[in-house]
Design a protein around this ligand. Structure first.
Ligand SMILES: [Zn+2]
Length: 247
């Protein structure tokens, strides 16, 4: 069987001199690996396609339990990402987290759209802000149903806009206003009202709007700590030696 679809290249490896394996993510299938026989040599079939961050229209053949790429047409190479180390570092960070999340087929369409839009923004933005990969993590976790809404206190239901000095209970994934009792056990992270609003804004806005957010250094720090603890505990992921590893 053959099909044609657009997919984003997550990783590429070489084997047997001229052949390549490619880890792809498509809106309909999620992540899968395919072989590009002769892919390292064929300019006609794969011209400029087999590189990380590329969005490619691939023609794919299935059979015998594996996928074979027949040809590709480059749709967007996100070229500027590779030209500047800071930009590249942020893009790699987003991509590593994306892979580590192991998004299933049901969430693939939303995840693919978010990743493509994030890479387009990172390539186009004059100066992407340093918390950009954190925004991506929060948004992907939120889209996939892992990050609880911080719109209101989970104890009494008071809207988040009405109180400051809340805490987030990491293990229970609950936001608690100052009036609500804190659990005796577990990890609590203090988060100000501006961080509660920042999380909501990031999860609502498109990546192209993220550069417009300008959290204070204190708020950016709280946001970072919140995400770190949450991702480590609930997704079992920590950043080590340039990649996310499962605990
Ligand atoms: Zn409360």
């Amino acid at each position: 069987m053959e099909f044609s679809e657009k997919a984003l290249v997550l990783r590429v490896g070489r084997f047997r001199e001229i052949d390549a394996w490619v880890r792809l993510f498509s809106p309909s299938r999620g992540a899968y690996t395919a072989f590009a026989f002769g892919g390292c040599r064929s300019r006609r079939r794969f011209c400029g396609c087999l590189d990380v961050f590329n969005l490619v229209q691939f023609k794919v053949k299935t059979g015998r339990g594996y996928h074979t790429l027949l040809e590709g047409r480059l749709l967007n190479g996100h070229g500027r990402l590779r030209a500047e180390p800071a930009r590249l570092g942020m893009a790699v960070n987003c991509l590593k987290f994306f892979e580590a999340m192991e998004v299933g087929a049901s969430g693939a369409r939303a995840a693919h759209a978010l990743l493509v839009e994030t890479l387009e923004t990172l390539a186009a933005e004059p100066a992407p802000p340093s918390p950009f990969p954190l925004y991506f993590r929060a948004r992907l976790a939120g889209d996939q149903g892992f990050l609880p809404s911080l719109a209101a206190c989970h104890g009494c239901g008071r809207p988040g806009s009405e109180f400051s000095g809340a805490v987030f209970h990491v293990e229970e994934g609950r936001l608690l206003c100052p009036a609500c009792p804190r659990p005796a056990r577990g990890t609590v992270v203090r988060i100000g009202r501006d961080v509660v609003e920042l999380v909501s804004d990031v999860c609502r806005a498109r990546p192209a709007q993220w550069a417009g957010f300008a959290p204070s250094p204190g708020a950016a720090g709280e946001f970072s700590r919140l995400l770190d603890r949450f991702v480590t505990y609930h997704l079992g992921l920590t950043w080590e030696h340039g990649t996310f590893v499962r605990n």
